[in-house]
Design a protein around this ligand. Structure first.
Ligand code: SAM
Length: 233
């Protein structure tokens, strides 16, 4: 199953709506409060999905545009009048030091993470801000996740901090929003009877569903939100 198929699947869309990830609009609103983009500032939503956060950035007066790999999600975002284009976050079609803000919500873990962070660092102006939310792990799991999803390449927070520093970022704020992840999981259970039921509905495969539940139990996923500024390596 390809990543975009997983996020486009009806069990995921029915539970998550236009924000294709745990935390929903509540987490994006918190991100907007912290990042507080200036009117007229140039902002990228990296892995914009259906464009829900592009709307929030535009309400703040930012000149916002989105990049994503999925043609279907880009059509949805474009249909709402957002400026979007297809690109891999690990190879941004943007000039150096051109952006004030990069927002990336549950897309980083799906990419070539080191290259993507290096690209965010390259395209931000000195002092420019990265607002990043994604899954992290609180447990240990050896071996790969059975599915390509935002849990698969998640690491512990210490590793995230080291990767940020390695790409030239200084952290301003880190917040733990794991309760929002638990709320999303509870919604999946409510709709499908259990997490196994949810994964079974998404994948149509008993073995994959069992493997996803086991992987989740071992890795103990959490949800972080961080803001960081780039000052060069
Ligand atoms: C979990 S969804 C989150 C979408 C959106 N940020 C949101 O909050 O609703 C992850 C998104 O990242 C996109 N994506 C995955 N890998 C990508 C890559 N290498 N380059 C660009 N987009 C990518 C997917 O197509 C999907 O839209």
């Amino acid at each position: 199953m390809r990543t975009s198929e997983l996020y486009a699947s009806s069990p995921v869309r029915a539970a998550l709506g236009r924000t294709l990830r745990p935390g929903g609009e509540a987490l994006s609103r918190r991100m907007m409060v912290l990042a507080d983009p200036e009117p007229g500032s140039l902002a990228l939503d990296a892995g914009c999905g259906c464009g829900a956060t592009l709307g929030m950035l535009r309400l703040k007066g930012a000149k916002a545009f989105g990049l994503d790999l999925s043609a279907a999600f880009l059509r949805e975002a474009g249909g709402d009048g957002h400026a979007v284009a297809r690109a891999d976050l690990a190879s941004l079609p943007l000039p150096d030091a051109s952006l004030d803000l990069v927002v990336c919500e549950c897309a980083w873990n799906l990419t070539d993470k080191e290259r993507t962070l290096a690209e965010f660092s390259r395209v931000l102006k000195p002092g420019g801000m990265l607002a990043l939310s994604d899954i992290y792990t609180r447990g240990y799991r050896s071996g790969e996740w059975p599915l390509r999803c935002c849990f698969a390449q998640a690491t512990d927070l210490q590793t995230v901090m080291e990767q940020m520093a390695g790409a030239g970022f200084e952290i301003d704020v880190v917040e733990d929003h794991t309760p929002l992840l638990k709320k999303t999981a509870a919604d999946f259970v409510f709709r499908h009877g259990s997490m196994h039921g949810f994964w079974q509905a998404v994948t149509g495969d008993e073995d994959l569903a069992a493997a996803a539940c086991a992987a989740s139990k071992e890795s103990k996923p959490g949800l972080f939100l961080l803001l960081a500024r780039v000052f060069g390596k």
